[in-house]
Design a protein around this ligand. Structure first.
Ligand code: HEC
Length: 195
């Protein structure tokens, strides 16, 4: 008896699946997308997860500094203060003098590596990068004051400003980086004019 039941179910099961498959094949694509639209229309307006981004929340992410200095906060930095900060928060990865590693070099050691002083076209990018990405293990943890001081220190280590110079939101964009002239404006449009 048991065996008979299994056999009957087996046959019914097979028949059902083959019926379904042939049904599927015959349904025109439009009906599928209609079905999807109907399904989407049944969705609620809100799924009740996530939250609206407040102005304060967006402001925390809206920190880009452009090459011309737009976006720089008001402030100033001095290499001497930055040196202290560097020792505490950067030297463990970038070395006591900025080139011993273990991570990338920030100062030239004569090895020909690409570093801030010979490769970066804009001084403002140093501020932007440090503020958003460093220290690597605690990005976003530095105050603007600390970022200004460390930027000044790195500029002085790279011999772009003097050790007792001060930088601020006005002067930083005006610093002419040594690598600036090696960059050309990419004005390609995707046609014959591609260089
Ligand atoms: C835990 C290790 C660590 C610490 C601490 C750290 N960095 Fe870095 N840093 C890195 C790594 C790794 C990179 C390369 C990241 C990449 O290429 O994506 C990097 C890259 C950089 C660069 C880009 C260099 C280039 O030419 O590409 C700068 C500038 C920099 N760090 C500055 C700092 C400053 C300033 C501090 C201290 C406030 C700091 N870093 C602390 C690990 C660290």
């Amino acid at each position: 008896m048991m065996i008979l039941v299994i056999v009957i179910f087996g046959i019914v099961g097979c028949r059902n699946s083959s019926v379904n498959e042939s049904k599927k094949e015959n349904v025109p694509v439009e009906s599928w997308s209609d079905g999807l639209k109907e399904y989407e229309a049944s969705w609620p307006n809100r799924f009740d997860f996530g939250r609206s981004a407040s102005k304060e929340f967006i402001a925390k992410w809206d920190i880009d500094v452009r090459p011309d200095g737009r976006g720089l906060p008001k402030g100033n930095g001095r290499p001497a203060y930055g040196a202290l900060m560097y020792k505490q928060k950067c030297a463990s990865c970038h070395g006591k003098n900025g080139y011993e590693g273990p991570e990338v070099k920030l100062v030239d050691d004569g090895s020909g590596a690409n570093i801030i002083g010979n490769y970066w076209p804009y001084a403002t990018t140093i501020f932007d990068y440090i503020r958003r990405a460093m220290p690597f293990d605690r990005p976003g943890s530095l105050t603007d004051q600390e970022v200004y001081d460390i930027t000044a220190y790195l500029l002085s280590l790279n011999q772009i400003i003097d050790a007792d110079d001060e930088i601020n939101e006005q002067s930083l964009p005006k610093i002419e980086m040594p690598a600036r002239k090696q960059y050309v404006l990419d004005d390609r449009k995707g046609g014959k004019e591609i260089k």
